[in-house]
Design a protein around this ligand. Structure first.
Ligand code: COA
Length: 326
């Protein structure tokens, strides 16, 4: 099949790109969403090289594959953001499934790789759906290695029964644990964002495969400020934060994305994560969401065991793959 790769043209390509996104991601995007996102993103690159020789700052490349009539068959983008790991570009490559096995994905990857090398990036990473049998061999042929394997799970709110767990929350409250949303915490005198960040920092590095927190305090505070404070759930004990869950409601897809749960090491194994999970299911039901969706590293045995116990069912997940240029 004949196709060519060209830079994206906006606003004309937004609609097809949104449809391609929607074919692989849960979050439903429209052409307007993409246009709005673009307005917040700089139009030109701004890169520096840090003391270790890695690029930092911002740069982005976007391209589409089109057939002879100009119809968009696939989309690819790669970017470095100010909060990215220095040198490591992130990317998406999405091909319309009706046109798989025509070399379009490979051509888009190679296009991104050429650009990434010209930016002096050290590596490029992307995601690949784990239920496609040919996905990994394809990535390996292109020189990628698997960095992690994320398993996705979904829980239907309609079929969830809260009654068997009705004792857990009152029991922990009687033992002195306090459950508050971040909104309630913010209304209190002396709320300390840094202490909540410390909990995130201490727990994040216990996720299998993670060795450093994904965000600095400033980046994390920025992300938190953009989250609905009613959907950040905290557990405290004697004025110390010991548990946290972050949720995001996605009204277009009518689901709650369960972004994160962390429990301080000294407080594990006493059902605090159970409490946070039950509380988040209650929130999802109150919001009228059809389901909750979450993603876990395939090696995260406690979290997967807990999700399964609550009735989460496995759905296709993804591999995070990376190709190094150094
Ligand atoms: C995952 C985590 C939140 C669990 O917190 P917790 O408060 O100890 O969890 P709970 O006590 O409520 O329940 C844990 C369940 O996992 C089970 N479990 C613990 N280790 C396990 C293992 N190695 N294999 C299988 N199940 C395991 C426990 O038996 C318990 O289930 P049970 O009560 O039915 O017996 C905590 O370990 C943590 O903060 N880890 C680091 C951050 C992280 O990985 N977060 C998830 C990514 S979003």
């Amino acid at each position: 099949m004949n196709f060519t790769i060209r830079p994206i043209q906006v606003p004309g390509d937004y609609d097809r790109i949104a449809r391609l996104f929607n074919s692989v991601y849960f979050e439903v995007k429209t052409a307007d969403d993409l246009e709005r996102e673009d307005r917040r993103i700089p139009t030109s690159a701004n890169l520096k090289t840090n003391e270790n020789g890695f690029i930092t700052g911002f740069c982005r490349e976007r391209a589409v594959a089109v057939d002879d009539s100009g119809y968009v068959l696939g989309f690819a983008q790669a970017w470095l953001a100010p909060w990215s790991t220095p040198g490591r570009l992130s990317s998406h490559v999405i091909v319309d499934s009706r046109y798989y096995s025509n070399g379009i994905g490979k051509a888009l990857y190679l296009h991104l790789e050429g650009w990434a090398r010209s930016m002096r990036a050290s590596s490029i990473q992307t995601e690949l759906k784990d239920h496609l049998p040919y996905a990994l061999p394809f990535a390996e042929r292109l020189g990628f290695n698997v960095r992690s394997h994320n398993r996705y799970s979904s829980l239907s709110t309609a079929s969830f029964r809260m009654e068997p767990y009705s004792d857990i929350i009152p029991l922990l409250q009687r033992r002195g644990f306090q459950l508050c949303t971040w909104k309630e915490e913010l209304a209190k005198a002396g709320t300390n964002l840094e202490r909540l960040y410390n909990l995130y920092e201490n727990t994040y590095i216990d996720i299998p495969g993670k060795t450093v927190p994904e965000y600095t305090l400033a980046q994390w505070a920025e992300a938190l400020s953009q989250t609905d404070p009613e959907l950040v759930l905290t557990v405290s004990y004697r004025n110390e934060y010991v548990g946290i869950s972050h949720l995001e409601f996605k009204p277009k897809g009518n689901f709650v994305w369960h972004e994160y749960t962390g429990v301080e090491r000294n407080f594990r194994g006493i059902q605090l994560a159970h409490v946070l999970k039950l509380w988040s299911i209650k929130k999802a039901i109150e919001l009228g969401a059809e389901r909750l969706i979450t993603s876990n590293d395939i090696g995260n045995a406690p979290m997967i065991a807990l999700n399964e116990k609550l009735g989460y069912r496995r759905i296709p997940g993804h591999y995070v793959i990376e190709k190094s240029f150094v």
